[in-house]
Design a protein around this ligand. Structure first.
Ligand code: IMP
Length: 447
């Protein structure tokens, strides 16, 4: 039995979908613990492509229970569309469960998200516009609507009448937007309630019971470490906690029940939306990474900003999440490059810095210090073992491992399941940072 958290070690879009899909095969339960319809993963079923935002991809495995935990925010309209899409291709959703304490995204959340971004002008965050920030803001302000409230028609009507009248003041007076009709919104959401009722459960209890029965639980983080509300590049972050610690809060589970934390990182770096990005590449190489990596957002279709691998944020992700090992994805995207740069440290105000600075001002002014490695200039998409990889690609991975001080357990070389090299069992292999007796880090790949 192992309870494993999979997190993004960069700014999201690291390829967690493929890694969780691989690990879901041996999981009895897959739990999503934060975020909402800002996340997205693409799945291909019977030749048809679906973009799912809320339902974990574990839904493809009929014996795996999929739980949307209490730390998530749920847009019922989008969730119902996903349910319909799956129904059309006869994928059962009988194994889907939704936490009764997850918060619900309302129309005014989406409106306020878009309007406040416009108001921010050059200070905008670059949000996905899906109402995520305002839904979490209401949760903190204690004016949020939970799935429990949605299930209780009287409670929903009372709560929404008051809340919509209050939000209308904000919509009209602050943003010059038309007010919402409370009755119309209430009727719409009462309809959603009926469709979603069969899925709503006490998710914390369900997960706890599964653990007691020694089931394998996979906790799936959306977004990535640097988008974490508390530990990311604030204010250019999302409004939840994608870090490993978020899995406990977002499911109602104690930290002693977690066995492993696996980080997923691209072999380079991408970021969507605004905010500092020290290793960003504006020119030809940035374009090449974008083209070869098909770097366009699943949710908004926005082009992702691309740059070199940044070991400073990598090490930070190892520390903040307590990573046991890493999965490096999209190594094949680097196949054509003559030389590859890796950021090993920053120079901030003339001083070398190996640690991620919390100050956004410092982070935006930092200059990356690079080490240049030779490229391998040959395709790796068909490599199926460590020895199949060109020597320069092996050296690149060894170097990343050395810088990050955690073992690389998985290397992904393309979107399909078989384009994967498993170097070490990520669940039962060596745990946490490997250290020699003298305290220096030992590498699995160099051992
Ligand atoms: P929000 O989560 O829509 O409020 O957006 C806040 C920031 O997080 C923006 O920079 C978004 O581009 C970013 N973001 C949100 N979800 C994702 C994701 O799934 N991948 C990458 N970036 C994301």
């Amino acid at each position: 039995m192992a309870n494993v958290i999979v997190i993004g070690a960069q700014w999201g879009d690291e390829g967690k979908g493929k890694i969780t899909d691989l690990l879901s095969r041996s999981a009895d339960v897959v739990v999503r613990y934060q975020g909402g319809v800002n996340a997205g993963h693409t799945i291909v079923v019977k030749g048809q492509t679906f973009k799912l935002h809320l339902i974990p991809s574990g839904i493809l495995y009929p014996k795996t229970d999929c739980i949307i935990g209490s730390g998530t925010v749920i847009d019922p309209q989008v969730l119902i569309t996903e349910l319909e899409q799956l129904k059309k291709v006869n994928i059962s959703t009988d194994n889907l469960f939704i936490s009764e304490t997850a918060h619900v995204t309302m129309p005014y959340h989406r409106m306020i998200d878009k309007a406040s971004e416009e108001r921010r002008g050059s200070h905008k965050i670059g949000t996905t516009g899906r109402g995520i920030g305002p839904t979490y803001a209401d949760k903190s302000e204690r004016t949020g609507i939970r799935m429990l409230d949605l299930m209780d028609s009287q409670q929903l009507q009372e709560q929404l009448e008051w809340t919509i009248n209050y939000k209308n003041i904000i919509l009209e007076k602050l943003y010059n937007l038309p007010p919402l009709d409370p009755k119309q919104v209430i009727d719409e959401y009462l309809g959603y309630a009926e469709r979603l009722r069969p899925f709503v459960v006490d998710a914390s209890l369900k997960i706890y019971n599964a653990i007691q029965r020694r089931r394998n639980i996979l906790f799936e983080g959306a977004q990535g470490t640097l988008l974490d509300l508390d530990h990311g590049t604030y204010p250019y972050v999302t409004s939840s906690n994608p870090v490993a610690g978020g899995a406990c809060v977002g499911t109602g589970l104690g930290p002693t029940m977690i066995d492993r934390v696996i980080g997923v990182s691209k072999a380079y770096t991408t970021r969507v939306g605004e905010g500092p990005f020290p290793t960003e590449l504006d020119g030809e190489i940035g374009e090449l990474l974008c083209d070869r990596g098909a770097e366009f957002g699943t949710t908004t279709g926005r082009k992702r900003r691309c740059g070199w691998f940044d070991a400073v944020i990598g090490r930070y992700a190892v520390r903040i999440n307590g990573l046991d090992c890493l999965a490096i994805t999209k190594l094949d995207v680097l196949d054509e490059l003559e030389e590859i740069e890796v950021c090993v440290a920053y120079e901030i105000d003339g001083v070398n810095c190996e640690n991620f600075p919390s100050s956004a001002k410092k982070f935006s002014s930092c200059r990356p210090i690079y080490k240049t490695l030779p490229g391998w200039k040959q395709p790796t998409g068909n490599c199926r073992s460590w020895s199949d990889l060109p020597r320069q690609a092996q050296d690149y991975l060894k170097y990343l491992e050395e810088l990050m001080e955690v073992p690389i357990a998985i290397v992904s070389l393309g979107p399909s399941r078989d384009q994967t090299i498993i170097l070490e069992d990520p669940i039962h292999g060596p745990k946490r940072t490997l250290l020699h007796a003298d305290g220096s880090p030992a590498s699995l790949l160099t051992a």
